[in-house]
Design a protein around this ligand. Structure first.
Ligand code: AQP
Length: 333
């Protein structure tokens, strides 16, 4: 797909570190499918980024395909967007090297995610974890993406990508578009059902903390019934009620109802009734996704074809940018 003058280009990615959670869906993937009409979208399964944490190779391969299938099931349409697996477009790594030579050690040292993740995995503080923002900059800049939907935790990396792009443009000549962060209108941060101070995360060791997009109805209901709330017994959003507020956020995201309306709807009713209602709307939202996911996964030929075509389309754009960059920095053609 060539860049259309009227449409801005968006790049976003998701790591195949497990099955997507309800947080990934509400906070990211659901918005991705909505953005397809308005923007020229590239969506990537970020399997190279997943390597910063040690992965089981067979599981990573399986999860990469499953992630792509889930994206299709969530409404990413290969006729409208480019869907691809990061490692299948090798130019990302090549540009990442060039960009890492334009990035200062001090800049990378300031990245809070590096500090957080190295504290979380002290046994594996690898160089990839440190240079991750250079690969992320390459992911974005290689497509000259105008917009990048990012959560608050990625803002610092996006800022770095902009700085590196600007530096390259100044040192050589204008080459890269400076990407802007994009915050979709909806996309609340979904929190852990067990520790609402934390975000819901697919790599949480406690399976009750998250809802997976593949969880069956009984599992969804069970997990919501076990969700941590408080002793007040009133469905009301408040800072000191993070568990209930999180459940209200989920209910709101899936029904479109405001928090006040939800409070009124469940006035005088206990958490039991409310939790069952939240589980109900989640089960309803997941049902069509799960049916489509099963269909796509069963059609290996279709999935492989979509990914091959996606990699080819992404590779054409990426190859042009890389050729330009190599020429500017003095590589032999
Ligand atoms: N709980 C969440 N609420 C809202 N949005 C979320 N995202 C992730 N968790 C939530 C958004 O999903 C997109 C893809 O995320 P990712 O898989 O690349 O990595 P992540 O942000 O680190 O997500 P996880 O689930 O927590 O993965 P692991 O456990 O592997 O670290 C991003 O846009 C993210 O903001």
């Amino acid at each position: 797909m060539e860049q259309q003058a009227a449409k801005k280009r968006i790049l976003s990615g998701i790591q195949p570190t497990g099955t997507f959670t309800l947080g990934n869906y509400i906070g990211a993937v659901r918005n991705w499918s909505r953005m397809q009409e308005e923007y020229e979208c590239l969506y990537m399964v970020a399997n190279l980024h997943a390597l910063t944490v040690r992965q089981d190779p067979a599981a990573l391969r399986r999860q990469t395909r499953e992630s792509a299938a889930l994206l299709l099931a969530c409404g990413i349409d290969p006729a409208k967007s480019i869907l691809f697996v990061q490692s299948q477009v090798p130019a990302h790594c090549e540009l990442s090297w060039v960009l890492s030579c334009c990035t200062q050690f001090g800049e990378l040292s300031r990245m809070t995610q590096f500090k957080d993740k190295s504290a979380k995995h002290p046994e594996n503080v690898n160089a990839g974890l440190f240079t991750y923002p250079c690969l992320m900059a390459a992911d974005i800049l290689i497509y000259n993406a105008d917009l990048v939907p990012v959560g608050a935790d990625q803002n610092q990396h996006l800022e770095l990508a902009r700085n590196v792009a600007q530096r390259f443009n100044n040192n050589y000549s204008p080459t890269f578009t400076l990407p802007e962060g994009y915050n979709p209108k909806t996309g609340a941060r979904v929190r852990s059902l067990q520790e609402p101070a934390k975000k819901m995360s697919k790599s949480d060791t406690n399976a009750n903390a998250y809802i997976l997009l593949t969880d069956d109805a009984d599992t969804v209901l069970r997990k919501f019934k076990r969700a941590v709330t408080d002793s007040e017994g009133a469905v009301r959003a408040a800072e000191d009620k993070p568990g209930v507020t999180n459940l209200m956020g989920i209910y709101s995201a899936l029904t479109g109802k405001g928090l006040d309306a939800i409070e009124a709807e469940f006035a005088g009713q206990g958490y039991g009734v409310f939790k069952e209602a939240v589980a109900g709307v989640v089960i309803d939202a997941l049902r069509p996704i799960q049916a489509e996911y099963a269909r796509v996964l069963a059609d290996k030929e279709y999935l492989d074809r979509v990914l091959a075509e996606g990699a080819a389309a992404a590779g054409r754009i990426a190859g042009r940018t890389l050729a330009k960059v190599y020429r500017k920095v003095g590589m032999l053609q």
